[in-house]
Design a protein around this ligand. Structure first.
Ligand code: GDP
Length: 442
């Protein structure tokens, strides 16, 4: 995410190293670089210029105050604060209060509305313990109704649909009625989009909005479209005065312009970001955490939060005991893998770890590697899974045949597993390490 911007900003800070204090002269190169970096990330020039003016003012204002801090570090801090500010400062939550609460989802076709509707349903169900009704109001594409039906099934939410009805206002109103009668807490209304802003679509979405008076209207936009995203956001806001923005496809090769300029340009906060096609790939938007990510500092808080969601205390205690006795086996490994996979795809997880994003930039993380490892384990007998020591040459040969992988692959995995097991055992019996692990769990 935003790799190029991160790199360029880092370069901009470098021009300050060595200097022992910030002056108008040495800061000028750095500021110019920052401005260029922002423009290259598809931030409009006016915003970039205003941004660097503010940074300059702050940098020179604190010139001699912080003697212990190097100019480069001071600049990073100032830029971090300004980026946070630019993206809205505080995180703004979604409003779903009501009987039922109603959330209207709007945006262009292909922006990720339907996918996001499913994710939001899952989020509200799991995080807020709400009973969620999804509503399919895209009356033009039958496939859109099917897609939402599949997603509803995946996330365990109910769906309201009327495939024969071509009137979205009517469907939405009936869905809300249905939700009221059946004690749903919240209704999410997925609407139709067009490939570009057009009058008919705008009229339709504003009719729906007027008819159902949602508690929350969210505008979904594909972050890969850069300045276009910002222009579309503006056009929709003028018509439907939405409450918040959802930025999708941040897992792609997006430059960052939309994330950085939408709040400034439209005046509406980004409320959620979407980082993949899986139903878990949704994050509440926190401007400060995003600023940290942009500056290559990772987002360890979101990482830990996702981990906590999947954390099962009983299971952890059980594993701890097994590891201590050096009894961690392939079944335990499989269950750990399953937990990890629930957190999202590997690349987006690793990107949250400080420094990792840069280190992994050119490495293609292949989630199917998990599949290969699982196939090896599934080719083992239950006895072998529970007792890795059983794996002699002839058993390994059988496993390799069973999973259709080479003997070399099987050997490599078993060796890695063995090494990991030894390492975990060693750590679990080291009091300092055990203490640290305990702290993490708390
Ligand atoms: P809609 O037309 O606005 O309802 O868009 P969809 O929800 O059908 O999404 C369009 C395409 O984008 C689908 O192939 C989705 O799987 C994909 N998509 C949606 N959100 C994301 C995301 O955050 N990351 C990625 N990589 N793909 C996404």
């Amino acid at each position: 995410m935003f790799d190029n911007l991160s790199d360029r900003l880092e370069g901009a800070f470098k021009s300050l190293t060595g200097d022992n204090k910030i002056t108008e002269i040495n800061v000028a190169t750095s500021l110019k670089e920052i401005r260029r970096a922002l423009v290259a990330a598809d931030v409009n020039y006016k915003i970039a210029k205003e941004f660097t003016d503010k940074v300059k003012e702050k940098a020179l204002g604190t010139e001699n105050v912080l003697k212990a801090v190097k100019p480069g570090q001071l600049m990073v801090k100032i830029v971090q604060d300004e980026l946070t500010d630019l993206m809205g400062g505080q995180s703004v939550g979604i409003n779903v209060k009501g009987e039922p609460g109603v959330v209207l989802i709007a945006g262009l076709q292909g922006s990720g509305k339907t996918t996001f509707s499913g994710k939001l349903a899952k989020y509200l169900k799991e995080k807020r313990k709400m009973k969620v009704l999804l509503t399919a109001c895209d009356v033009y594409r039958p496939a859109a109704i099917d897609q939402l039906t599949v997603l509803a099934g995946q996330v365990g939410a109910e769906i309201y649909k009327e495939p024969e009805n071509k009137n979205p206002v009517e469907i939405a109103l009936k869905a809300i009625d249905f939700a009221r009668q059946n004690k749903f807490d919240v209704v999410i209304v997925d609407t139709a989009g067009r490939l570009s802003v057009d009058e008919k679509m705008m009229q339709e979405i504003s009719d729906v909005r007027e008819a159902i008076s949602p508690n929350e209207t969210l505008f979904v936009v594909d972050s890969m479209t850069g300045q276009d995203a910002v222009n579309t956001a503006k056009a929709f806001n003028e018509r439907i005065n939405y409450d918040g923005v959802v930025l999708t496809k941040l897992d792609g090769d997006t430059r960052g312009g939309a994330a950085l300029s939408v709040k400034y340009t439209v005046g509406k906060p980004i409320k959620f970001v979407s980082t993949g096609e899986k139903m878990d790939a949704i994050d509440v938007f926190y401007p400060d955490r995003m600023a940290q990510r942009i500056l290559g500092m990772g987002d360890i808080i979101s990482f830990v939060e996702r981990a906590q969601d999947q954390f099962d205390e009983e299971e952890a205690k059980r594993l701890e005991k097994k590891i201590k006795k050096n009894k961690f086996d392939f079944n335990d490994f499989l269950s750990q893998l399953a937990q990890l996979k629930k957190m999202g795809d590997m690349k987006s997880l690793l990107n949250m770890i400080p420094g990792m994003s840069k280190a992994m930039k050119n490495i293609d993380i292949d989630d199917s590697a998990f599949g290969r490892v699982e196939a090896i384990i599934y080719s083992m007998t239950p006895q072998e899974r529970a007792d890795p020591a059983l794996l002699n040459m002839s058993r390994k040969k059988r496993i390799a045949l069973g999973c259709g992988q080479s003997m070399e692959d099987v050997n490599r995995f078993i060796k890695q597993f063995d090494g990991m097991r030894k390492m975990m055992h060693k750590m679990s019996n080291n009091p300092m390490m055990a203490q640290m692990a305990g702290n993490f769990k708390g």
